[in-house]
Design a protein around this ligand. Structure first.
Ligand SMILES: *Cc1c(COP(=O)(O)O)cnc(C)c1O
Length: 414
């Protein structure tokens, strides 16, 4: 048995069968590349689902982890550490919000954010002010609170009963939004750009309406920027690209460069609703993760990575547009910066599997969408390589350029 086969065999015997992994494993990475157990190199357009924004084995991250691990990794939240306050200060400076709570994951950040909104809601309007409004097609995580806000049956089915008092609204549907929000609403919760949901953006008009309604009803406007935040749109916070400021924002994926860390940031008005003992965590905000979080933000700034996201993201968008003009199996491009999608008329997973053989990692979501969440270090020559592989795999060209028949199915080379 090969090394990979041994690993697969062991997992099949001892792990809960929750993951549908691709038939490949990785031993190490460097920059925008990963290497499998045979030493084969792969160009990474997935970045660990948006976590590895600094690529793999960034020298400054490696150094910070080495140094801090030799000093202290964990002390619990019974005591002060050097870095939690510093990282909170930096996040507040960058966002314009006032206070931070650190968790271990995105899902946990969502849980904390909802708890805070419920507390503030009850203070403002009594027990009845507990209603949550979320979007159909959204994804917020797998715990009961986050799952209850996730507007997709496939994640909810089998786990009922879920959290009560959640109303779902179609993305960008102003009428449905107005019908759903009322005096008993304590929070409107949304991703400015659906990530897992297929890279679909909220319109500025819709976000503005959410802002106005939340203000009118003293509800919290909560943005889940766990996937689209921290640089992926070309701004540190996605809301800065849309010009609508939320009351609470959740972040996670890239913040500690692969170490588990999440957070929610809140305006003082909502933050002041909570008191000591009402929320907490053993691991969250530890000295190692927070020091690495500070290093992440410093690297993004000092290496001018947001400029790169805008420049190379623009190039990627243009190249994907050309594919849509030429290939029958493609439908449309979505997103911006380094959170982009290519919607297909055919299943995306076979294409992702075929790209593995070509040494390129893509991600499929919502069955027919190819999702691109590359490291911020990606260059135009890497985009060219990815596009070359896609051209090889997309199969038939359209009859004439621009001749896009919606719903037609192109066939994939197998
Ligand atoms: C990944 C993700 C989550 C969940 O984060 P975890 O770290 O997996 O718990 C929540 N919301 C969005 C938008 C995400 O992309």
């Amino acid at each position: 048995m090969s090394r990979l086969e041994q690993i697969i065999d062991l997992e099949q015997r001892f792990l809960l069968p929750t993951y549908n992994r691709y038939p490949v494993g990785f031993e190490r990475g460097k920059g925008v590349f990963l290497y499998d157990f045979e030493g084969k190199k792969y160009l990474d357009f997935v970045a660990g689902l948006g976590v590895n924004a600094l690529g793999h084995a960034h020298p400054r991250i490696v150094k910070a982890i080495r140094e801090q691990a030799a000093r202290v990794i964990h002390i619990s939240n019974l005591y002060y550490n050097e870095y939690q306050g510093q990282l909170a200060e930096r996040l507040c400076q960058l966002s314009g919000l006032d206070r931070v709570f650190f968790s271990n994951s995105g899902t946990e950040a969502m849980e904390g954010a909802i708890k805070l909104a419920r507390l503030a809601g009850h203070k403002a309007g009594g027990d009845a002010k507990s209603q949550l409004v979320a979007l159909q097609g959204s994804y917020h995580g797998r715990t009961f609170g986050a799952m209850s806000l996730t507007g997709q049956d496939k994640y909810r089915k089998g786990f009922e009963p879920l959290l009560e008092n959640v109303t779902f609204v179609a993305q960008n549907n102003l009428e449905a939004l107005h019908a759903a929000v009322n005096a008993n609403t304590c929070a409107i919760v949304l991703e400015p750009i659906f990530g897992e949901g297929g890279i679909l953006e909220c319109s500025e008009e819709f976000l503005l309406a959410c802002r106005t309604l939340a203000d009118h009803h003293q509800a919290a406007l909560i943005f889940d920027e766990i996937q689209c935040g921290l640089g992926r749109t070309g701004k540190i916070f996605a809301f800065q690209s849309f010009g609508v400021v939320p009351d609470i924002v959740t972040i996670a994926k890239p913040i500690a460069a692969g170490l588990p860390l999440g957070a929610f940031l809140s305006k003082e008005h909502f933050a002041s609703a909570i008191s000591p003992g009402q929320h907490g965590t053993t691991f969250g905000g530890g000295p190692l993760a927070c020091r690495v979080g500070l290093e992440y933000l410093a690297i993004v700034e000092e290496e001018h990575l947001l400029e790169n996201v805008v420049k190379v993201g623009g190039y990627l968008h243009q190249q994907l547009e050309e594919l849509v003009a030429k290939y029958a199996a493609t439908r449309e491009t979505r997103g911006r910066g380094f959170i982009q999608g290519l919607a297909l008329d055919v299943p995306a997973r076979p294409l992702v599997e075929q790209a593995l053989a070509e040494g390129v990692l893509f991600n499929a979501t919502q069955d027919t969408v190819l999702r691109f969440l590359p490291p911020f270090l990606l260059e135009e020559k890497h985009v060219d390589k990815g596009i070359r592989v896609l051209k090889k795999l997309l199969g038939k060209k359209r009859k004439k350029s621009g001749d896009r028949v919606i719903g037609s199915s192109g066939d994939l080379k197998t």
